[in-house]
Design a protein around this ligand. Sequence first.
Ligand code: 5GP
Length: 202
Amino acid sequence: MKREGLILILSAPSGAGKTSLCRELFKKFPDMKESVSYTTRAPRDGEIEGEAYHFVSNEAFERMVEEDAFAEWAEVHGNMYGTALRTLEEARKNGIDLVLDIDCQGARRLKEQFDGGVYVFIMPPSMEELRRRLEGRSTDARDVIERRIIRAADEIKEARWYDYIIINDNFDVACQELAAIVIAHRRKTFRMMEKVGKLFDI
Ligand code: 5GP
């Protein structure tokens, strides 16, 4: 019996610290893999096809939607993003623990259609702190920051249906909490039985 891969879904408003938390997560668990989504947005400097994303045309994306190739998809900031069903099925079947960094709409669609994922919402400690972080970190124009804050307020309302919520006030604590969630799900009996079966005659 092959161990079933863990599908970990992370969502967060822009500025909540998801990217840094993910980086730490992969340091702590180097065997976890990042799900590579499909997107219609243009590659940014340094982004490599098949690593950051699969970069596809609007037509190719539409075709995948029509063929039901996506486990979920959504429009984010005017571009299309989607997770291929095959990516999830293969990881799960091959015992690979996969991390999906997807927006709330996509996560909700996935939860409705795909069984067994673990949904984690990462929050800033307050709207004031979120504003401080967004203003501090970026050279973005005022109106871009304002739009992100309005969007963040909407996204935070979605947190209620996630399985776990992490408030990223203290970064180290937030990292520990995310690691604790991963460890707990890796220790689920059904994920341990393959190993136990090899160790003991049960
Ligand atoms: P970026 O273009 O900055 O890489 O990503 C923008 C947003 O798209 C992020 O909030 C990210 O969570 C979301 N995103 C990335 N891939 C997917 C995906 O496959 N599905 C959905 N629903 N959102 C995604």
